[in-house]
Design a protein around this ligand. Structure first.
Ligand code: PDD
Length: 282
């Protein structure tokens, strides 16, 4: 694996970061994961724009121009074989000699990027789709979930709750019982043929897959959809539940807390949505 660290490309084994890096000590950084298939990225620009707004939210600039990130990502994909790759980009506030909570002044940001293998490009096929089983629990993360922070402990702990229950993910609801997102995905549901997803606010990440899917539904389909608050009581009686993220696109959920979602099979609206996504995502 060839990685990028602070302006240079090198084998993973040669990439070294100081233990005084604020990314390591405080989780003080922002990250992105961009999917790429056979050298083509899905949503490159919106991913970089989200990274820029996340950095801005925590008082940092984008460390390089978007075009420089583009060349970096293109080179990293080629150097790693141009297959089915997730490109991970991480910008931390840099390495400080002291462990001081205050933002340091005039310290270069740490910029790290690597690729990892992701599953083959998703296809719209009910029998080939990986059907998910999910747990649900109250969202106990912080109140700034719209920032794609590298401090992922809250997400990791929630993800593990699902794993410990024998499931693949954990969907989350706020203290009033309203759906927010999942520990590493956004959530959509289908009720009476209408596709629903919670509106964007500080309780969830503005997912790029979520955004692309909503744009595609708007421009290329007559399927009904809406962004609105969804209570868990409602989620427990919907016909379909989907998870969306860069590495899985739209994933059908067939069980929630051990109970069948709808008829317990991968749904027809999922098939229509994933098929539209395959056609229009680039
Ligand atoms: N996860 N919500 C959370 C909490 C996430 O971590 C992610 C992505 C999403 C979906 O966002 P997008 O469609 O932009 O991938 C929603 C990434 C892939 C991860 O941490 O690996």
């Amino acid at each position: 694996t060839i990685v990028f660290l602070n302006g240079e490309f090198m084998p993973m084994a040669e990439a070294k970061i100081s233990p005084m890096d604020r990314g390591f000590l405080f989780g003080d950084g922002i990250y992105e994961v961009i999917p790429s298939y056979a050298g083509r990225c899905v949503g490159f620009l919106p991913h970089l724009q989200r990274m820029e707004s996340g950095l801005q939210a925590i008082g940092m600039p984008l460390p390089m121009e978007i075009d420089a990130f583009k060349s970096l990502v293109e080179r990293l994909i080629i150097d790693n074989g141009s297959g089915n790759l997730g490109v991970y980009i991480h910008v931390s506030r840099g390495t400080d000699v002291k462990r001081n909570h205050a933002y340091p002044i005039n310290i270069p940001q740490t910029v790290f990027a690597f690729t990892f293998e992701i599953p083959a490009e998703p296809v719209a096929d009910k029998t080939l789709a990986k059907a998910y089983k999910v747990s649900s629990t109250q969202d106990l993360r912080w109140k700034r979930c719209h920032i794609k922070s590298t401090s992922l402990l809250g997400n990791v702990m929630h993800f593990q709750q699902g794993q410990d229950a024998g499931n693949n993910e954990t969907i989350l609801y706020n203290q009033d019982g309203y759906l927010t997102e999942a520990s590493a995905c956004n959530v959509f549901v289908v009720k009476n043929k209408t596709i629903l997803t919670p509106p964007l606010d500080h309780q969830l990440l503005p997912g790029i897959t979520r955004m692309l899917l909503l744009d595609i539904l708007k421009q290329h389909s007559s399927l009904q959809f809406a962004e609105r608050a969804i209570h868990m009581d409602e989620v427990r009686s919907v016909d379909e539940i989907w998870l969306t993220s860069s590495s899985k696109e739209i994933a059908p959920v067939i069980k929630l807390d051990g109970k069948a979602v709808g008829d317990g099979k991968v749904g027809d609206i999922w098939l229509a949505a994933q098929s539209l996504f395959c056609q229009h995502k680039y």
